[in-house]
Ligand binder design. Structure first.
Ligand code: SF4
Ligand code: SF4
Length: 119
């Protein structure tokens, strides 16, 4: 299984890391480009310091206890999510349901693609 995050759309909510039963995700500083781009996201989904405008407008000022768009992770939220351990993914789809940025991509070993569908 390959798991990666469309970085400009990631709000840093940390829901993915919190719900994943097999520790696929790590949160990294938005200032550390190499660590934040350590998964297999394609070039157009890599972090270059600019958040996706529509997703940013939707979430930047939401006060739900999570640090949206904070540079650093404080253990509860902030930073960017990176799919560092996709080979352990069991395709439970919990992260796909919880990802508010709708930015998680999973490709299984047969090439089937799955993407976040936040409601
Ligand atoms: S689908 Fe995979 S990456 Fe997502 S929460 Fe489940 S095991 Fe973790
Ligand atoms: S759930 Fe989605 S938006 Fe939230 S930190 Fe994870 S990848 Fe980013």
């Amino acid at each position: 299984m390959d798991v990666y995050v469309d970085k400009p759309k990631c709000t840093g909510c940390q829901h993915c890391k919190d719900v994943c039963p097999v520790a696929v995700f790590e949160m990294h500083s938005r200032k550390d480009m190499s660590a934040s781009n350590a998964d297999n996201a394609p070039q157009e989904m890599k972090w270059d310091g600019k958040p996706h405008a529509d997703i940013h407008a939707k979430w930047a000022n939401v006060n739900d206890g999570h640090k949206h768009y904070a540079d650093e992770n404080d253990g509860t939220s902030g930073g960017l999510s990176v799919g560092v351990n996709g080979s352990s993914c069991i395709l439970c789809q919990a992260c796909l349901i919880e990802c508010e940025g709708e930015c998680i991509h999973i490709i299984d070993d047969s090439g089937n693609k799955y993407q976040s569908i936040y409601k």
